[in-house]
Design a protein around this ligand. Sequence first.
Ligand code: ADP
Length: 217
Amino acid sequence: MKLQDALTHSSTKFPAILLFGMPGVGKGTQGTLLGTMRGVRHVSTGAIFRALDRNSDEGREVFSRIDHGKLVPDESAIRIWRHWVDDQVALSQYDPSREVLLLDGLPRSRRQCELLEEHIDVLCVIHLECEQIDPLIARLMQRGQGRADDSDEGVIRRRFDIYRQTTHPVLAYYPTSVVFSIDPIGSVMQIKKRIMEVVIPILNARGVLISEDETAA
Ligand code: ADP
């Protein structure tokens, strides 16, 4: 079924590709790059949360978690994300009939997977799979300027603990046939190419045609 048909027919579910992996593994870099392609809308929940007004009710709840390396509560995370998507549609920044969502940082717990069932149709999960956390911690400390949660090693280590305990089980929620492991070591363009090899056939099958220059590494 073509993307357009999928959306107009069955439901209001958004077709989505999940970009998954530990903090600092490169989800944001790859998401931003892939999001420049026609037909792909990159959405980072971390970026949505950091853009909230710290003094609003939502902002207070969110920053009290983020600043300490903890997850935003599941129901709030999904609600805020969904409002953001609806706003993007209303502002004509996202066209669900033509674009696939590339979700970066969502879902982050099994509960979020369940809550998302009514909102998204998961086309595939791109797992940027890395065994070693020390290089990632060093990378996060380097990018630290401007982000409170990247400046404190204790906060960073808590994020890895939460990833292991709460976020990693997300992988087992989805059928293995839609989960693709990608080696995140290499140049930005090498990693992009590995992801594109998985994503392009899936997008093409949904009626999103990617041109050759967009696929070039
Ligand atoms: P990273 O992948 O390096 O942790 P992100 O920008 O994706 O960076 O996330 C930053 C913080 O935002 C997380 O540590 C967490 O506090 C919060 N966050 C992001 N996405 C979610 C989510 N889906 N559920 C709950 N909290 C989230």
